[in-house]
Design a protein around this ligand. Sequence first.
Ligand SMILES: Cc1cc2nc3c(=O)[nH]c(=O)nc-3n(C[C@H](O)[C@H](O)[C@H](O)COP(=O)(O)OP(=O)(O)OC[C@H]3O[C@@H](n4cnc5c(N)ncnc54)[C@H](O)[C@@H]3O)c2cc1C
Length: 826
Amino acid sequence: MKEFPRHARCVVIGGGVIGTSVAYHLAKLGWKDVVLLERKQLTCGTTWHAAGLVGQLRATQNLTRLARYSIDLYAALEAETGQATGFKQNGAITVASTAERFEELKRSAAMGRCFDVDVQVISPCEARDLWPMLETADLVGAIWMPKDGQINPVDVTQALARGARQRGARVIEGCRVTGIRASEGRVRGVATDRGEIAAEIVVNCGGMWAREIGLMAGVAVPLHAAEHFYIVTEPMPEAVSTLAVLRDYDGYAYLKEDAGKLLVGAFEPRAKPWGMDGIPGDFAFDELPEDWEHFQPVMEKVLARVPRLATAGIQKFFNGPESFTPDNRYYLGEAPELQGFFVAAGFNSIGIQSAGGAGLVLAQWIADGHPPMDLSDVDIRRVQPFQNDPGYLKARVTEALGLLYAMHWPYRQAETARGIRKSPLHERLVAANACMGETAGWERPNWYAPPGVAPEYRYSWGRQNWFEYRAAECQAARERVALFDQSSFAKFVVRGPGAEALLQRVSANDVSPRDRAVYTQWLNARGGIEADLTVTRWDDETFMVITGAMNGQRDRAWLERNRGAGCDIEEVTDGYAVIGVMGPRSRTLLARLTDADVANASFPFGESRKIRVAGVTLRATRISYVGELGWELLVESSRAVAVFDALCENGADLDLALAGMHAMDSLRLEKGYRHWGHDITDEDTPIEAGLAFACVLDKAGGFNGRDALLAQRASGVRKRLVQFALEDPDALIYHNEPIWRDGRRVGYLTSGSYGHTLGRSVGMGYVRDASPIDAAWVNAGCYEIEVAGERFAARASLAPLYDPQSLRMREARATPARTSEYPPRG
Ligand SMILES: Cc1cc2nc3c(=O)[nH]c(=O)nc-3n(C[C@H](O)[C@H](O)[C@H](O)COP(=O)(O)OP(=O)(O)OC[C@H]3O[C@@H](n4cnc5c(N)ncnc54)[C@H](O)[C@@H]3O)c2cc1C
């Protein structure tokens, strides 16, 4: 018997499908010194009982790429390793029994084709031809993905483990990790019940135990187990081995052939959390008790969809736990709290289909020190520390499981585990009839209902109930004055003699001028945009960094990793509220409440100054994310209500309105402002994103990523972010809609909304070509945007569609609000 290893380059914790895939891919990259530790036996956690569906279509292009890679890998694994996997590609059908569901399916089909997935929209009759037991009387339509597959989860895990071993990795079963060793912010190894192993890299692939393993390292991995059910029938002659997978989202169920029987799995709307007292240490190949009462509503709908099941006996009721995350997306990447400690966990019932791709990119991330593509959707750096609270997780998991099959409405908000973080203005905004949404745990006003109207969403693919209320908020910001609560911004003070050097090194813009809010990107060595934020120098050694609510953890981690000596980074998010006062009358309003000179000449665009407003000393910054004259007021939380009240009181005769996040999104899209995570990510450079104006390429001392930008400037770009306005004022876009140029698909929208000032839908997205792209190429094209399979003519523009020269924001000239190429609508 081989000796127990005392050191390894990489220790992978967990022998499920994820851990084995990570070990396999590391070994494939040539990492010989990889040790996988499994507490009991391979697959004994969640993997052994998975249904084995391997779909391709995910919510983003990169996640779809990863799922497709899984399929390609699984198709070849048996030949490579000699271990059978049971992989077959019978395809999958998803049916729609309402018009809204069919719209959702058609939209995702358009997106899927754009992501190179073969997705066909088919009729109910065609669906029945493919799946003869299907009841179609109430169906509206369906989609068919002929390349979707299924696999035996135990066998694929064994094949991955074998492939890893064949390439030199060690797989050790019956070895429990009991502690994580770390010093000076770096992981150093693991403690196990068989001794210590020193390691450069540790990967937490602990499935539903991953939260507890994270705690050993001081790393938040917020996930919670929920019970997950399926039944298996007695053998049925109709359950032929070539039968496709059937998904009926409205019936909360999926069906697949399983050794001549039918397996019926459920994604019921309200799930049952499990493991509240911790996951039992000896849990292995275990099942949870049957719960027919809970399964009954699913069963009723399945019987209506597949009446033949009424006469098929049930052989097995299966209940097993799986881990779910608060936003239904898995965690991948290096933990911001501890260098060298990676996580791949929280697979929300799609771990088998995700394992191949997730293992590949995590291995590349480990080997190269950075993710190989934009993985922000699943990046562990999106985690908010509060989310690790078991009470929060238990409440949210009841909703998370069902969301997989629920209607994926635009603007859909979480219903559970709300009210975690509140702005100091919260009570005031609720009293003003705000409809709150949630981002990073913050309750934020998305829109305001008029008096007497309940501030509740009525979701649809068309204009939702708040459409006209948002129009009024946008109009207030464009023509009068609107107040936005932007307190959820993440805020950091960077302080010390080394602060300037650090921020100049990470920022592509020159952030050295005092009392100026400088809009800048932080770039990686490849020129990709890691962060998009403002830096304001308060004094010689103090800088304020303000970024989006979702990006606080990530941006802070980026700064920490680049930090040298002589500076501290302090998060002050909760200490300050931010009140946006936006619109042509904002100056009049502010002037009523301050002695400071807020005239254009003395308080120009970009300036940030301490002034007194309504008797409260605060920092006012002349900046705007909506493209109007305006100030963001950074005010200590304890004084925020007083300032807010004074603004409302003094703004009444100026027709001041409160405006929400949906209005802000619409306004910023008209103005062409980018949003990190959607329009710009770590795989897009400022040149591609049209943000080169914010990069000072000749800055003394340079900055991270500058060389990559210089090289790209010389070679030209092959993708370019472009803004679009749809000619048809009734077509609505959200994001991911394909972009067509001269009859050829050239990209998809990264953001989309309705622009009320322009009177039509506006969006932006990258257009791509094999040859370098310039403005002439962009302008020469004839564009269409595809919405649910239908193509709509669109105007493309590299300049903002609204106020392209920023005259209103910078000079506050008395220009009419509708400064655009489009005439106002109706
Ligand atoms: C009923 C059901 C049906 C499903 N169907 C599908 C499907 O059709 N398609 C799909 O894609 N997904 C499906 N899933 C989801 C899929 O099974 C999971 O996402 C996947 O198995 C998760 O794999 P994992 O490796 O992360 O976790 P696990 O398989 O649980 O592996 C984690 C491993 O870590 C080990 N471990 C924990 N703590 C330690 C420690 N301290 N030291 C050492 N080892 C440790 C455990 O023993 C365990 O083996 C289904 C899940 C369920 C419950």
